[in-house]
Structure formats: structure tokens, C-alpha cells
Design a protein around this ligand. Structure first.
Ligand SMILES: Cc1cc2nc3c(=O)[nH]c(=O)nc-3n(C[C@H](O)[C@H](O)[C@H](O)COP(=O)(O)O)c2cc1C
Length: 366
């Protein structure tokens, strides 16, 4: 079903086996962000439970400037090493242009986590999470650092001393009020090479609207590139935000079920593919998922985790929703989508190939 080399299984990567993942193929390293920002496009946001290897692969194929992993606990990485943490960081075969995001609050642990992440996961850059508001993360880093930014500055310095890769940070505007300019300036002084700003406070979580004027103020106040994040759901919306003066835009929820948003921003080709092609990509997502994660604890190549994702590919086919939110396996997905795949002459293909524009784009920008 899959072509090319098979995925690296979690069992292949052990905490004591730091050479299990091939060494970084030269597309990361110092200056990675500046290099990527030289071309048009957008960045796939880190999203716990979503921005895993299959979603990152689909986004990268459609021209995302880079992608960011789901956040990974620095403590878990340094002291643990269980398979869940490894899946969070593990690249898909051939993955490049991916920043690994770490969270934590202890400089020495963060520094060691950076080294482990670099050895295990072949990141192109390392990002510090300063925006996660979920209780689990409070007190251990995440948005909590917005209350004690001097801790974050020490973390960035420790991270930088542990790697030659670009180190970046992703913040919200503040804990419960906007302190973003002050915090961004401190982080730039501490040595981040790039900042991403989600235009909400931590107290807001995901309510209200992202404040892009505040994001633009940060962009005008620091000497490093600023990527804006929040509420972009269309290429037109992304272009409007880019005009505010940010160096780039990041897309999260708007890219779930719609990797073509990256193609639109990279190539200017805005049209969404027809439904059969989107169905083929949904099926491909399922196949990539099964290949990457392998068998679950019941010995099944389950794609249940995609129940929340697959309907997003076909919002214009609400009649498929009920079946898509009940799938267990790739075959269930194929059966559900069979009428659409047939309509597009795609029944036999397990995966939609790269779209021509994106393939051509990828060729021009290796
Ligand atoms: C389900 C979910 C998980 C997220 N996980 C992370 C995370 O692990 N790290 C992070 O920095 N931000 C995380 N975010 C925030 C996003 O990266 C992004 O800043 C936010 O969703 C606003 O962008 P959007 O409107 O394009 O989704 C998450 C957001 C969502 C919805």
C-alpha cells in the first residue's frame, strides 16, 4: 500500500539509542527560519492531538513553509522516553522543515531536552511553548511563563547553549492582559531567532477573536521575524493579515482537513480541489496514520483518532459525516468514501498523489 521506506517504529527509537533516527539532512540549522521566510507561504501550527506526522506530511507536501510538532514535555523527554512522547517527536520518513516544540520550566532540563530532541527527532529548529493554557501544563511552563517571563528568558538562553539550531518561542499576548511587546523584546534579547504570537491572552483560551493589531505591534517592536497566529481560515484571510507587517502567518484549525490552504499561499492557486480529490486525500491521511502509528494496543491498525479530522475534508458532503465519525480502520474510510472515489476514478488508489502545482513548487524549492 505504501511506497518508499516504511515508517520508523517507536520500538526502533530507544532512550539510549540516540542514533536511531537518521541525522539531520541539512535543511535545518542556523538561519533555517530566515531561509524559509524568503518564499511565500504559511506555517502549520503546533496543535496537540492534530499536528502529528501525517498532518505535517500533508501540509509540507502542499507547500507549508515549515511545520511545528505537537508540544513535547521536556521532562518526559529527558526523564521518561515512553512511546507516546516519541510518537510526538518522531519524524515521518524523509521529514524536513519541521520545528520541534518543547515545553517546560527548568533551564537544565530544557537544555538536555533540546539535545535529545535534536538527536532523536532531526528537527530543523526548536520552539519553546509559552502559550499552552491547559491546567496540566501550568506550573510546568506553557502560558504560565507569561507570568514569569524572566524564567522564559533563562530557558531560551539554556536552550541556545545546547544547540546550534535556531531557537524560537511561541507566546500568547499575556497571561490575562497584553504584555506581549515587553515579553517579546525580552525573548529577542535572550536570543530567540523568531517569535510566534497567538493573538489572545491565556485567560481567553480560544474565545473571542485573535487581536492582530496587538500581533502587528509586536512585529514592529522586535528585531526578529514575527509570525502571527489566530483565526486564519482562508488564503484571503491570511493575505490580509500578512499586510499588517508580520513576517509570516501560522495556520492551525483552518488547516485541519484543508492542507490546500498552504498550496494557495505558496502558489496563488486558491481553488479547493474537487470532492473526489479531497476524499482521496482523506483516505491518504488515514493510510499515513495507520502506517505511522502501526497497531494499537488491541493489535488493530486503528484510525479512530481521525474521526475528529476526516469530516473536515468534505464539509460539502454532510451525508458522509455520520459514517466518518465512526471509522475504525483505513478500510472503513475507503468504504465510506467509495462513491466519491469512484466518481473521481480513484477507487484503486490508496492515496491522492501530490497535486501538480505543489509537486512543481516542491521541486523549485527543495
Ligand atoms: C487542539 C489544539 C491544540 C493546540 N496545541 C498547541 C501546542 O501544542 N502548542 C502551541 O504552541 N499551540 C497549540 N495550539 C495553539 C495553536 O498553535 C494556534 O496558536 C491557535 O489554535 C490559534 O490558531 P488557529 O486559529 O489558526 O487555530 C493548539 C490549538 C488547538 C486548537
Amino acid at each position: 500500500m505504501t511506497s518508499g521506506p516504511g515508517p520508523i517504529s517507536a520500538a526502533q527509537i530507544r532512550p539510549d539509542q540516540t542514533s536511531a533516527v537518521p541525522t539531520r539532512p541539512g535543511r535545518g540549522g542556523p538561519g533555517f527560519y530566515a531561509h524559509q521566510l524568503a518564499r511565500p507561504g504559511a506555517v502549520l501550527a503546533p496543535m496537540a492531538g492534530y499536528s502529528d506526522a501525517p498532518l505535517r506530511q500533508l501540509a509540507a507536501e502542499q507547500g507549508a513553509l515549515w511545520t511545528v510538532s505537537e508540544m513535547i514535555s521536556s521532562r518526559g523527554l529527558v526523564l521518561g522516553g515512553d512511546t507516546e512522547k516519541l510518537s510526538l517527536g518522531r519524524p515521518y520518513p524523509g521529514e524536513t522543515r519541521r520545528a520541534v516544540q518543547l515545553f517546560g520550566a527548568e533551564p537544565d532540563i530544557l537544555a538536555r531536552a533540546v539535545q535529545k530532541a535534536e538527536a532523536w527527532f532531526s528537527p530543523a529548529a526548536i520552539d519553546l511553548n509559552m502559550g499552552c493554557p491547559v491546567p496540566k501544563v501550568r506550573g510546568k511552563g506553557g502560558a504560565c511563563l507569561l507570568q514569569t517571563p524572566e524564567v522564559a528568558y533563562a530557558l531560551v538562553q539554556a536552550m541556545r547553549s545546547a544547540t546550534t539550531l535556531d531557537v524560537s518561542a511561541k507566546i500568547r499576548l499575556g497571561w490575562d492582559h497584553d504584555r506581549s511587546v515587553e515579553i517579546a523584546q525580552g525573548l529577542a534579547e535572550a536570543g530567540v531567532g523568531l517569535l510566534t504570537v497567538h493573538g489572545r491572552t491565556s485567560a481567553q483560551r480560544y474565545t473571542g477573536e485573535a487581536d492582530w493589531e496587538a500581533i502587528a505591534r509586536v512585529a514592529g517592536a522586535v528585531p526578529v521575524p514575527v509570525i502571527g497566529s489566530g483565526d486564519i481560515t482562508s488564503a484571503a484571510g491570511a493575505r490580509a493579515r500578512l499586510r499588517l507587517g508580520v513576517a509570516g502567518v501560522m495556520i492551525g484549525r483552518g488547516a485541519v482537513g484543508n492542507p490546500w490552504i498552504f498550496r494557495a499561499l505558496a502558489t496563488g492557486e486558491d481553488a479547493l480541489p474537487p470532492a473526489p480529490e479531497r476524499a482521496a486525500t482523506a483516505l491518504r491521511h488515514a493510510q499515513l496514520h495507520a502506517d505511522f502509528y502501526g497497531l494499537d494496543r488491541f493489535g488493530v491498525p486503528s484510525v479512530r483518532a481521525l474521526r475528529k479530522v476526516l469530516p473536515g475534508y468534505l464539509p460539502d458532503h454532510p451525508e458522509l459525516r455520520e459514517a466518518l465519525v465512526q471509522v475504525n480502520t483505513v478500510e472503513d474510510v475507503r468504504e465510506t468514501l467509495a462513491p466519491l472515489l469512484k466518481q473521481g476514478g480513484m477507487e484503486g488508489t490508496p492515496a491522492s498523489p501530490r497535486l501538480p502545482a505543489a509537486a512543481e513548487y516542491a521541486g523549485r524549492h527543495p
